[in-house]
Design a protein around this ligand. Structure first.
Ligand code: NDP
Length: 306
């Protein structure tokens, strides 16, 4: 049997980075097939007849757009995931790896984040639509494994960043938003205003690292537990700001607006299962990742998603 891998969400941040590790896979976007429609998923699978699937497609965004559009974040993701897994079963797909997010974890959880804590309480109210839809991906995957012995798995990446990210100020995540705002402040000679005190500490994982782990998961992951894809390098928003300003050569005023929300102070995750799965894996440092991302954004400003 040929090893034909289909990647849904192939035009997104993670999908583009996967091309380096899986150059022969098929990369689908929403352009020809809307995966919210079961007919679209069926047509995609009939056309390509994949043996294995890395399922990345989803409605993805930062806090602002999650707050204003919880219906779409819930419904689109529920529909896409339900259709992709159901049709994958109907079409006899072998291995399947899909992505949740650390947003799935309860708001009030004991740290570090570990996969057995996903369903222990309400997710953060800012993104409950997205979080509940993503939790159901774990439930659906577990159900297929139990009833049909599927070799299907889920990953839980933390905050991903890198080239080809979404830099739109209304819908982007933290790092692309900071890079874009710094770019504008530099161009317009105005202060760079940052939401919150900048003291919150986060785990930012470079997109190539996520892609590398997913490429390994589709061939050799065998643990029924979801795999958290994060980094051992925890970093405050202030440190991220310093790195971005250095890469951008920004020497204007930086203002921290601590009247704005910034979420929990720390959200550490347990990466020991990742270390056991890939003991020789070395993460990209945040300095290098930010440098590559800033370089990509400034060189591709016109064509970037913004
Ligand atoms: P992007 O937003 O960059 O890309 C989303 C992809 O999904 C695009 O290829 C898009 O296609 C496709 N898509 C969206 N809606 C549909 C649809 N209705 N039918 C078909 N395709 C659709 O996402 P990322 O690459 O950042 O995320 C990949 C996965 O990782 C997602 O499942 C996400 O939830 C998860 N994740 C992401 C994190 C992050 O920080 N970015 C953090 C943790 C998890 P098109 O380009 O045509 O619109």
């Amino acid at each position: 049997m040929t090893n034909k891998i289909l990647v849904t969400g192939g035009s997104g941040l993670v999908g583009r980075a996967l091309r380096l590790y899986l150059p022969n896979a098929i990369y689908a976007s929403s352009y020809n097939y809307d995966l919210r429609d079961p007919g679209g998923v069926d047509a995609l699978f009939v056309k390509h007849r994949p043996n294995h699937i890395i399922h990345l497609a989803g409605k993805v965004g930062g806090v602002g757009i999650n707050l204003s559009h919880p219906v779409e974040f819930f419904e689109d993701n529920i529909l896409i995931n339900t259709n992709v897994l159901r049709e994958a079963h109907r079409h006899g797909v072998g291995r399947l790896v899909s992505c949740m997010s650390t947003c799935v974890f309860p708001n009030d959880v004991e740290y570090p984040l570990q996969p057995d804590k996903i369903h222990l309480g309400e997710p953060h109210p800012t993104n409950f639509g997205y979080a509940y839809a993503k939790r159901m991906l774990e439930v659906q995957t577990r159900a297929y494994r139990q009833q049909y012995n599927k070799e299907w798995f889920t990953a839980i990446p933390t905050n991903i960043y890198g080239p080809h990210d979404n830099f739109n100020l209304e819908s982007s995540h933290v790092i692309p938003a900071l890079i874009h705002k710094c770019y504008i402040a530099k161009q317009t000679n105005t202060p760079w205003v940052i939401w919150g005190s900048g003291r919150a500490i986060r785990e930012f994982v470079f997109v190539s690292d996520v892609a590398c782990v997913l490429a390994n998961m589709i061939t050799s992951y065998s643990n029924p537990e979801p795999l958290i894809i994060s980094t051992p390098h925890q970093c405050s928003i202030r440190e991220v700001v310093r790195m971005i300003s250095q890469c951008m050569e920004f020497d204007g005023e930086i203002i921290y607006d601590d009247t704005k929300p910034e979420g929990q102070y720390r959200k550490p995750s347990d990466i020991s299962p990742l270390r056991s799965f890939m003991p020789d894996f070395r993460h990209t440092s945040l300095e290098t990742g930010i440098e590559l991302t800033v370089k990509w954004f400034t060189e591709n400003y016109e064509s970037s998603r913004k």
